[in-house]
Write a protein that binds this ligand. Structure first.
Ligand SMILES: *Cc1c(COP(=O)(O)O)cnc(C)c1O
Length: 395
């Protein structure tokens, strides 16, 4: 049997591992030793499940979309992560990590953020747990994402603008790592996706796996069996997708479709389709597929959707693509916009632009009438309204 989950060395096939500066060795090793025993303890389970239920609002509904089902000729369910507190799946991970940090005796939280979504989810749980929070954010992003900056500050976080490099996510991440190096004993670094050095990708995938655990229960109730024929999700770093597929990786009846951001087209030079365009290399602590030049310089990614605008991809997904366990489709800006307006008008649900990439991938698959499809709607569109208003009438 092929192995799709992480091995003892922190690898998914040839991807993963922990490539870190010497000074972080102890932090990462401590976390590696601590995360599974903590996550498997009944105290963690109780605290985590209670907060997911009463604070986040889980389980998130599994909604049968009649309109999409009719249109695509299969039974299409939406897993409604958009209905979570703070509007997306990211809160599942930040709640879990802050509980782990607290259990490890950490008293301070840091994070990096690009568009600000992960920063807001982190600032939210820091307010909840009364822990000081510093969020690093590239100055270019600080200027572009004023509402999220104000939200983080309102929640009590300190937002530090980063002025090195392109002043975007990559530079913010470097700064967060530098902070962690200088405060290794009291600080936990909350990474927002299935990326970074081992054990982060595995820890984040496990925390998000509540999505597929719920799908199993909900499908059993609605369909009398616990698995669909297809799972569909968008991938930026890969956390909502990892959570969606986690419980189904070894079930060959379930096809996995991942939608990455094609931007203006995979071949246009303005794209974030990492699995299509990437080659193996090391970024932010793990070996994975990266958008880079021949001599290893990271290429600036582009997508209309800030959450998919990342030059790497989780090692779990790089391996699933390589093993052909997942089919990876590139969805361009215009296709995502069209799908977003369609869901809005047909179902009264305004999706996040990231999630709209998953919706647009439905167009690229031929379904059988009996197929059951579960698509994860990773977030709601409130944060993307400005973009939607700009294109209203074009689609
Ligand atoms: C951040 C974000 C994503 C992309 O992150 P993943 O780790 O790939 O899930 C997707 N959808 C929404 C709504 C987001 O906020």
């Amino acid at each position: 049997m092929k192995q799709y989950s992480v091995d003892e060395r922190g690898y998914y096939g040839e991807f993963g591992g922990a490539f870190i500066p010497e000074i972080l060795h102890k932090c990462v090793t401590d976390l590696k030793k601590a995360y599974l025993p903590i996550m498997e303890s009944s105290k963690f389970q109780q605290d985590f499940n209670k907060l997911l239920q009463d604070y986040v609002g889980r389980p998130s509904p599994l909604y049968l979309s009649r309109q999409l089902s009719e249109r695509f000729g299969a039974k299409i369910y939406l897993k409604r992560e958009d209905l979570n507190h703070t509007g997306a799946h990211k809160i599942n991970n930040t709640i879990g990590q802050i509980l782990i940090a607290r259990e490890m005796g950490k008293t301070r939280i840091i994070a990096e953020t690009g568009a600000g979504q992960h920063g807001v989810a982190t600032a939210t749980v820091c307010a909840l747990m009364q822990m000081p929070c510093t969020v690093y954010m590239g100055e270019t992003d600080v200027k572009r994402q004023q509402v999220n900056v104000k939200k983080m500050e309102m929640l009590g976080a300190t937002v530090v603008p980063v002025t090195s490099g392109n002043m975007t996510l990559k530079d913010a991440t470097n700064e967060a790592i530098r902070d962690w190096c200088s405060h290794p004993s009291d600080t936990h670094y909350i990474i927002g996706s299935t990326i970074g050095p081992h054990p982060y990708p595995d820890m984040v995938a496990r925390l998000q796996s509540v999505i597929s655990k719920e799908i199993k229960v909900q499908l059993t109730e609605k369909e009398g069996r616990d698995y669909p024929n297809y799972l569909v999700a968008c991938v930026g770093g890969g956390s909502n997708a990892a959570g969606t597929i986690y419980e189904y990786l070894d079930n060959d009846n379930v096809k996995i479709i991942l939608a990455e951001a094609g931007g203006k087209g995979v071949e246009s030079g303005e794209s974030a389709a990492t699995i299509h365009l990437g080659t193996a290399g090391v970024l932010h602590g793990c070996r994975t597929l990266l958008m880079q030049t021949e001599d290893g310089q990271i290429t600036e990614p582009y997508s209309i959707s800030a959450g998919l605008d990342y030059p790497g991809i989780g090692p779990i997904h790089a391996n699933l693509a390589k093993q052909k366990r997942a089919e990876v489709l590139a969805v361009n800006d215009d296709e995502a916009l069209k799908a977003a307006f369609e869901l809005t008008r047909r179902e009264g649900i305004i999706p996040a632009l990231e999630s709209a990439h998953a919706l647009a991938a439905l167009e690229k698959v031929t379904f059988m009438p009996d197929d059951i499809v579960v698509l994860t709607l990773s977030g709601r569109g409130d944060k993307d309204l400005e973009t939607y208003f700009k294109y209203e009438g074009h689609y």
